[in-house]
Design a protein around this ligand. Sequence first.
Ligand code: GLA
Length: 391
Amino acid sequence: MKKPNAPRGPVAAALALIAAAATLSAAQPAITMKSFGTLRDGRAAQLYTLANSSGAKVAITNYGGIVVRIIVPDRDGNLADVALGYDTIGAYEKDGATSGTYFGALIGRYGNRIARGQFTLDGKTCKLATNNDPGGIPCALHGGRVGFDKVLWDAAPLVEKDAAGLRLRYLSKDGEEGYPGNLDVTVTYWLTDRNELRIEYAATTDKATPVNLTNHSYFNLRGEGIGSILDHVLTLNAARYTPVDKGLIPTGEIAPVAGTPFDFTKPRAIGERINDANGQLAFGGGYDHNWIIDRGTARARALVKAAEVYEPVTGRVLEVLTGEPAIQFYCGNFLDGKNAGKSGIAYGKRTGFCLETQHSPDSPNQPSFPSTILRPGERYETATVYRFSAR
Ligand code: GLA
């Protein structure tokens, strides 16, 4: 017996098809967009949510290209947001105006520090805005007063068979923050079905300029707002690092990590040696240093594994693969509990860590470091993968 009102024949077949398509689409990479509010200058910002077929999600705003959320499973399949950040555009703008955490942001034109905010290129001295002064010594940090973390990017959603993406584009004008040349920058974020957040950076210029792009996500693999990251276990594929002076500028020396608290060549808890009596740790207030990745015989720009972090309570693992020569490991020493995050909980000291893939700090003033200069006709191209899993 048929129910009196149940659709039959072709109608039923069509409905069944739609239902099947809906089930299918829920299990396929997708991207949705909603308003993320209005900037102080009146412009609208959007929040894009990338979802993959296994339920992981990454939310990104086109303001600063900021990664707002990274939702990934633990060893029991429980999802949590492992990225520090805010719920509102206003909170990001306020942070940028005061404490400057750079939560989740795209960083450019030059990630990390340039000594005294100046460098000489092809015989010409370029003066940059100085916006940071560790140890009382001014430097240019993360692109200047209005770096790429504080601009509104053009955004285009992308969907492929095994990944959802967001392509961001920004034209940094000749002279912006003191840097020479119009720099045309494209950054593409992908959330793949392998729970990887892949970031592809590209840029071209019409005048020689330093370029050093990175992402400044802070991770807490137990979940943002849950507390300290000092029990996370870190491995760095790096036998050498660049010691700094009290202004956090590399001295130029490339030093072995062996026998120091900077040796993470074997897995070690982040907090294990952080309070050791060590001049370098004192300068950084903890870890805030640049390691040279052991790239072996890998081709330039080929992805190699730079870091792995394991969180014992949830089993979450983060692997970082990159084409870059170096990585800044910063463990949130400057977080001071003044800023409440997405869950309303204040982010205290060392409640998130960053693994910023890049060229070493102050490279434009360090002739022995790999060059960061991009010239007209060349294409800057680099990629980094943050791969999440659990064990
Ligand atoms: C970088 C720097 C740190 C700090 C943070 C932002 O990672 O290395 O010294 O300035 O950014 O708070």
